[in-house]
Design a binder for this molecule. Sequence first.
Ligand SMILES: O=C1O[C@H]([C@@H](O)CO)C(O)=C1O
Length: 595
Amino acid sequence: MVAAASTLLLRRLPVHHVLIVIAIACLVVVGPSCCGAKVLTAQWDVEYIFWSPDGEEHMVMGINGEFPGPGLRARVGDTLQVNVTNKLHTEGVVIHWHGIRMKGRPWADGTASISQCAIAPGETFLYSFTVDKAGTYFYHGHYGMQRSAGLYGSLIVDVAEGEKEPFEYDGEFNLLLSDWWHKSVHEQEVGLSSNPFRWINEPQSLLINGRGQYNCSLASRYNSSAALPECSLGGGEQWAPNVLKVLPNKTYRLRIASTTSLASLNLAIGGHNVTVVEADGNYVQPFSTTDVDIYSGETYSVLFTTNQNPDENYWISVGVRGRLPQTPQALALVNYLPNHASKFPTSPPPVTPQWDDYNRSKAFSNRIQGLEGTTPPPPADYDRRIMLLNTQNTIDGLTVWAINNVSLSFPPTPYLGALKYGIKAAFDQTPPPDTFPDWYDIMSPPANPNATTGNAIYTLDFNSTVDVILQNANTLQPNDSEIHPWHMHGHNFWVLGYGDGKFQRGDEKLFEKAGRRPPLKNTAVIFPFGWTALRFVADNPGAWPFHCHIEPHLHMGMGVVIAEGVEFLADVPRETLSCGLTGMMFSGNGEEGHN
Ligand SMILES: O=C1O[C@H]([C@@H](O)CO)C(O)=C1O
């Protein structure tokens, strides 16, 4: 019974303690570097393991026998050295450190075909990088759809020793959110590139720290006509919900990260408001809200004060927005001590706001502004503006996504090595279009649904200021346009603003006039039939993907690659380049590069 389960849960360590123990267990301090900063090392074996994330056992991609992978925790200035051994037998693997800019070490970004060759089965690769900005981050696979297979974990960067966050709290919890399918990612991938197209459909469950419930619901007791039976837990299940143990009248920081494959989420704590203080590793102007929208690839920190009736426990609910939900909410319990964790909250879990109330979603996104004092974007006389039209298309009967009519397909040689060593045959040298035709009707399915496949890149002048307008459009179905959260590697960008319909020249200036303080982020959503304006400085030598963070959409070509300043990199380590034309070059068989 649930009551019994919760009794046992009470004896378990609270979530944040679990994560800290994991971090200590997996990261070994090997020595101080400069200024109190440390070098932290870990050995990770990536392999498929059997796991029951939601009560049904399937294969997941685990690390050191755990799902989700081990939590990492470091301080600003620390160097992380994570030695990854691929024990998958039949497929390569890479790990991307989402939100970490990798200044001066773009080859550690962990993107197959871009920053490195996938680590072959049996081989080991050392990711070595410094974390330079405090915040809430995560890591995940970035090869094929391995993130959807469960290859992810949390990564927290604390302020440097002696520094303070611009807000105070008494304790913290970490919530890594994901969505989960029972069908293997291999079957999902094949479906997406089959004719007829087989869509992955909606997830079977939502997971909080890798835990969800599929065939039963903890919420059924509040609804006499509930479709699912009430969960019966023994306590030690891999799918037992998280319990956040709190004391009354304290303030807690919730670090939330979404690594979902598809779902846009909304999180709320029954009876408690939250104050948003951080987004994507950047401080935001604090604001209070009943609930938080969180798109795939985003992270937030929110503070909440345990100022409710201390005789009660409360639910945290996470539900789907932005697509018609077919997946039950994920739940976690806020357990006011000394109450028993088995004490059911008297109120049902918070209801997730209507999935297609986009005005509500836009209002939330517009409330995210940089903390007073955040560096403002450079002035609007941008050096370059790139308009990126997002469309759903067909190529040879396959359903794809295309940007300015080009569907991205990754080449076998990593861009970074190809650029560094001047191997022109590695990818198409004709740059992709900077814009799309003025006449394009974003409100209707494409008049001509054909697109092309390509792997050309956007080369940016080093240190130039670049504006990007992400323009959404109708899919192949009439009256349909979907949410796409776009994530940029290697950079933060300022979100200048969101708009409806087709972007008109000058529209982004309206936001500057409105006196908004654009937030810095690394992921920003485009709303259906809308546009989002971003600005960034191309100041990080490397080759970086910029893509929709919905895993099947990237797989279907929804992304671009940008590159800048690769000539300023002294070296690109050969161990990242053992495949494709760079592999041939270094083994002496291929095209010689010219630098
Ligand atoms: O890429 C997608 O494909 C389907 C649908 O558009 C076609 O079946 C869907 O919902 C997506 O997000």
